[in-house]
Design a protein around this ligand. Structure first.
Ligand SMILES: Cc1cc2nc3c(=O)[nH]c(=O)nc-3n(C[C@H](O)[C@H](O)[C@H](O)COP(=O)(O)O)c2cc1C
Length: 255
């Protein structure tokens, strides 16, 4: 039962090389509207979408693309509205942080799907979570990064990247703890990819203690030092924004 939406989803691939052509304002506007049509907790839309299309700002970013959209957790706008209406609310609480994160990310994924359906290419960049958005964007309190996507007309046509078999990720009516053999079978295709790596490259990696695909991940890009460093920066962002994950909530004016 294919249809255009399913076809678009099944053809998703990240694009990392873009044509310099700008995205037409009407197209970008439509994409943003489709993004904000996503479901939203309490229909409060506790997120913000920052469009970056200033070439000077884009120049300093990881990917060369005509536009980027940064999705932010935004409890600040909500707080202002509540204050104007004398409606006390704990914006700094963990549940608000996570609900805002959820809202922001699904809006961003709506943006990705809308963009791809219109012939644009997209790529997410994870480093935004550890970026100081107060410094980068001048955000106020209760605003923290949630996601970043680059957009533009594709200048490459990469292959579809494989996904794990459905049984690796889908559980029915409860969480099935997989056996070691099941885990091995879920990742068989990745192990096969490792076997196809050239002998010269393998040799170089083996010198660094990398003997399989999993080790290439944990000893290559996502090293313990990298993961710890990124996590510390992410936590610093959350704290700097004023969210309290571990401390007691702040007192409101009424208390
Ligand atoms: C949360 C998230 C963060 C990502 N961060 C990066 C990134 O920093 N750099 C990058 O080149 N791709 C990034 N990607 C894209 C993934 O590498 C890509 O989706 C994955 O390799 C599968 O390829 P495909 O999207 O072409 O199917 C990210 C994707 C997600 C969902």
């Amino acid at each position: 039962m294919p249809n255009p939406v399913i076809d678009c989803l099944m053809n998703h691939r990240s694009i990392r090389k873009f044509k310099p052509d700008p995205i037409e304002p009407e197209t970008l506007d439509l994409i943003l509207r489709a993004g904000t049509r996503a479901a939203s907790a309490g229909n409060l839309q506790p997120y913000a979408l920052v469009v970056i299309d200033d070439p000077k700002k884009l120049e300093r970013m990881e990917v060369k693309a005509p536009a980027a959209i940064i999705a932010l957790i935004d409890q600040y706008r909500l707080k202002r509205w509540f204050e104007l209406n004398d409606a006390p609310f704990y914006n700094d609480q963990a549940i608000n942080l996570f609900i805002s994160y959820w809202d922001a990310v699904i809006a961003l994924q709506n943006i990705v799907i809308a963009a791809e359906s219109l012939g644009l290419g997209t790529v997410y960049v994870g480093m935004i979570l550890s970026t100081d958005v107060q410094e980068l964007l001048g955000v106020p309190e209760y605003v923290a990064p949630a996601g970043l996507v680059f957009l533009g007309y594709p200048d490459e046509s990469p292959q579809l990247r494989p996904r794990l078999p459905l049984e690796a990720v889908v559980h029915r009516n409860g969480y099935h703890i997989p056996t070691d053999d099941e885990i091995r079978s879920f990742y068989r295709d990745k192990d096969r990819e490792w076997n196809e790596v050239s002998e010269t490259k393998k040799h170089k990696l083996q010198e660094k203690g990398v003997y399989n695909y999993a080790q290439a991940i944990t000893l290559g890009h996502y090293t313990p030092e990298f993961i710890k460093g990124e996590s510390q920066k992410l936590i610093a962002n959350i704290k700097k924004a004023g969210f309290r994950l571990w401390e007691k909530r702040s007192k409101t004016k009424q208390e």
